[in-house]
Write a protein that binds this ligand. Structure first.
Ligand SMILES: Cc1cc2nc3c(=O)[nH]c(=O)nc-3n(C[C@H](O)[C@H](O)[C@H](O)COP(=O)(O)OP(=O)(O)OC[C@H]3O[C@@H](n4cnc5c(N)ncnc54)[C@H](O)[C@@H]3O)c2cc1C
Length: 454
């Protein structure tokens, strides 16, 4: 283990607090700076209470630091997704190939509280709320980095450390300072869709329209609603809609316009949520972005984790899971004394996989919007499940590898492609076999027919 050092973590979100826990356990002094006020002292804000789908990677990362039991206590198991078709029919699609392959719906605040509580239980960790990173001198191999933070009154705080960890999310200020003036690649792809959240009250027992053991999806080409269950039987829904153009969030500014949206596109959501119009109009609009950046680190002095390094669209439900998984790998890379080499290794090992996750998350936008309701998609899903039962351990659906294992993302995709190719070969061989058998039968038939004619 290396000698104790001083680390500044920017952002006390999920990745920031988990990184602080790992570094404190390695014996380092950690100061975490968060722009928002202390959540333990503020009332929870309506409209921002996103539920997250926790899957195997996140579960393993939480178990590693001993907070999993606390999180599972307030999480709701989801066995699959319920797809609500336009006519009101429901279709259930299981998440896994085995009973125990479920996702867990957890409130971001509950997960954040569990990680923050664990972080501050370490005397090495101090968390400073209400201060925003405004400048960063990233330092170099013989020069320590210097961060500048500003509070709501404009008071500045300057701090020097051995390492700065940028865990400040998709719109990271650390990332902007890290790449400034360097030969770096930074690609940000904003989705031309935004989102609004609203609550769906608990339904009557047995009402499958809001069954509490599933994710609910109302698909649509020009609008999509997704809802996660809460522990009290209610659901937290997110409406994803285009940001501009006809029927877009930009146009949905009046009660009449919002009512028409739900009447025409999501009538059973309207039936389940009497105040959907009021909620929609009073909640803020969220924005979604995919970020690819290189480098993730600088001379052992600055590194990015979580969304700051690789924000992805939320449609595969892996952003938080991958952010938590990052922190475990970062800890392993910082065990030795050479942090410059450790951070380079972190980026080398991790980036190819989060790049693949970004692609998968973009593709799943189309899947959730349109494909989940298509008969071809459903037939493929069923074939996937059937094959995994026929060839256990040899055929593993991509979704299963991504959500229910810790197979690195790019390895999972490669394996899924190999399986598909093998199925293609098997299909071609079966087709060839059928043709050969058919031809042989025809030839035998002709010979028999010929003999008869003689
Ligand atoms: C609608 C939606 C649904 C999602 N659903 C899922 C899901 O089901 N499953 C899943 O795995 N993922 C999901 N995600 C993704 C998940 O929310 C993120 O991947 C995860 O929060 C990333 O964690 P993070 O700690 O890197 O960033 P964040 O959680 O964003 O934390 C960043 C922290 O940094 C702070 N900060 C920002 N700027 C500064 C600054 N300048 N100075 C100081 N502090 C700063 C912020 O206030 C915040 O506390 C979803 C995302 C969205 C938008």
């Amino acid at each position: 283990m290396s000698a104790a050092r001083h680390v500044v973590v920017v952002g006390a979100g999920l990745a920031g607090t988990l990184t602080a826990v790992h570094l404190a356990r390695l014996g380092h002094r950690v100061d975490v700076y968060e722009r928002l006020p202390d959540p333990r002292e503020t009332a929870r804000a309506g409209g921002r209470s996103i539920n997250l789908g926790l899957s195997q990677r996140g579960i393993a990362a939480l178990a590693e630091v001993g907070v999993l039991a606390d999180v599972l206590r307030v999480a709701v198991p989801m066995r699959g997704r319920v797809v609500h078709r336009h006519g009101g029919q429901l279709a259930f699609q299981p998440y896994g190939t085995a009973e125990d392959q479920v996702l867990r719906s957890v409130l971001r605040e509950d997960l954040g509280d569990a990680l923050l509580t664990e972080a501050v239980s370490h005397p090495e960790v101090r968390v400073h709320f209400g201060v925003r990173l405004t400048a960063l001198d990233r330092g170099g191999h013989d020069r320590r980095p210097v961060c500048r933070f500003t509070d709501a009154q404009g008071v500045e705080l300057v701090t020097e450390s051995d390492l700065v960890v940028g865990a400040d999310g998709a719109f990271s200020a650390t990332r902007a300072h890290l790449v400034r003036g360097l030969p770096a690649d930074l690609h940000q792809k904003a989705l031309p869709w935004g989102y609004k959240e609203f609550a769906i009250p608990a339904g009557r027992p047995g009402d499958l329209r809001c069954a509490p053991d599933a994710l609910h999806v109302w698909p649509g080409d020009d609008g999509l609603v997704v809802a996660h269950p809460n522990i009290n039987g209610s659901l937290t829904a997110t409406a994803f809609l285009p940001l501009s153009g006809p029927g877009s969030i930009a146009e949905l500014t009046t009660e009449a316009a919002v009512r028409e949206l739900f009447d025409t596109k999501f009538p059973d959501v309207r039936d389940l949520v009497p105040d959907v119009v009021e909620q929609f109009l009073s909640h803020p609009t969220g924005h979604l972005v995919t970020v690819r950046v290189s480098p993730w680190q600088h001379e052992g002095r600055v590194v990015l984790v979580g969304d700051a390094a690789h924000a992805v669209y939320p449609f595969y439900g892996q952003g938080m899971n991958s952010a938590l998984e990052d922190c475990s790998l970062l800890r392993r890379c910082l065990v030795g004394p050479d942090w410059a080499a450790g951070l380079r290794e972190f980026e080398r090992l991790r980036k190819p996989h989060t790049d693949v996750l970004a692609d998968l998350s973009e593709e799943n936008f189309d899947e959730l919007r349109a494909k989940v309701a298509s008969p071809l998609f459903l037939a493929r899903k069923k074939a996937d499940l059937l094959l995994s039962r026929l060839f256990p351990g040899r055929w593993v659906p991509l979704y299963t590898m991504i959500s229910h294992t810790d197979t690195p993302y790019a390895d999972a995709l490669r394996r899924a492609s190999r399986q598909k190719a093998a199925l293609g070969w098997a299909g071609s061989l079966a087709a060839l076999g059928a043709v050969v058998t058919g031809l042989a039968a025809a030839r035998r038939g002709r010979r028999r027919g010929g003999r008869g004619r003689c």
